[in-house]
Design a protein around this ligand. Structure first.
Ligand SMILES: [Zn+2]
Length: 257
């Protein structure tokens, strides 16, 4: 596991390219891990050593001035999941997610850097998605349609700000395709079905740079009609999130080419 974590940290560089700020009164704040078992404690300590969540917090705090403190912490949940608790202003990231993604993706990627990077991408996407819920809450952002879809868009856009972000989004997309449909995957669920989230992410990364991702999309089953709309979908989500976050932006969010 240690070896994997070192790789995970290296792969996570795609979301941690900014220098740290001094201590903030508000903004994302990493809290100590809550564990229930000895194994969970050991894993949480390893994750804490490489400061996985701290890098997310620094990235967001560097960009946005938030009116409140949002806690961000690993919890040994007993399931591979993550969520945002509005009352507590807390993003809960289950430590089980890391192993879940290694198990899910190991048959599809070459063991080593390739697998580590795919795990880091899927994990980063989920954390940024949950941070998105927190931003909608504390910034009181307007959302029409499903918030789940809106914060998927935010997570894609944030990942694409970084070098290698397009590969990360494609890997995160694949993690939805690789996931076994679960009992929770109901038509009436607040989330889109995993297969739909796969196609959405693929569409948006393609839309962000069609020439670069033409082959990736040709190799997929993304319908041609949807594909033709993807550049517009991406431009719309980018403009919308830039505008929504502009009042809280510290130094203007970097435009994505
Ligand atoms: Zn969500």
């Amino acid at each position: 596991m240690q070896q994997s974590l070192r790789h995970l940290l290296a792969a996570s560089a795609l979301v941690l390219v900014v220098p740290s700020l001094s201590a903030e009164a508000s903004g994302l704040h990493v809290i100590p891990a809550q564990t229930a078992t000895e194994a969970g404690k050991v894993l949480a300590e390893s994750l804490g050593e490489v400061d996985v969540l701290g890098e997310f917090a620094r990235e967001i705090n560097q960009r946005l001035e938030l009116p409140e403190t949002i806690n961000l912490g690993f919890v040994e949940c007993g399931e591979a999941n993550a969520w945002y608790l509005s009352e507590a202003r807390e993003v809960v990231v289950c430590i089980e997610l890391v192993d879940y993604y290694y198990q899910l993706l190991r048959a599809h990627y070459e063991k080593g850097d390739e697998l580590d990077q795919a795990v880091a991408a899927a994990f980063s996407f989920i954390v940024l998605h949950e941070v998105g819920h927190a931003l909608v809450d504390v910034l009181d952002l307007p959302v029409t349609g499903r918030e789940e879809d809106a914060v998927d868009q935010l997570a894609v856009w944030l990942l694409l700000q970084e070098a290698g972000g397009d590969t990360a989004v494609a890997d995160a997309a694949f993690s939805f395709l690789a996931a076994e449909p679960s009992a929770g995957q109901e038509m009436g669920d607040e989330h889109a079905l995993d297969a739909q989230r796969y196609f959405n992410l693929l569409c948006w990364v393609y839309g962000s740079s069609p020439r670069l991702h033409a082959q990736r999309v040709r190799d997929s089953a993304l319908p041609a009609r949807r594909r033709a709309q993807c550049p517009r979908e991406y431009q719309r989500l980018q403009r919308s999130w830039q505008r929504l976050l502009a009042p809280a932006a510290r130094q203007g969010l970097r435009a994505q080419g």
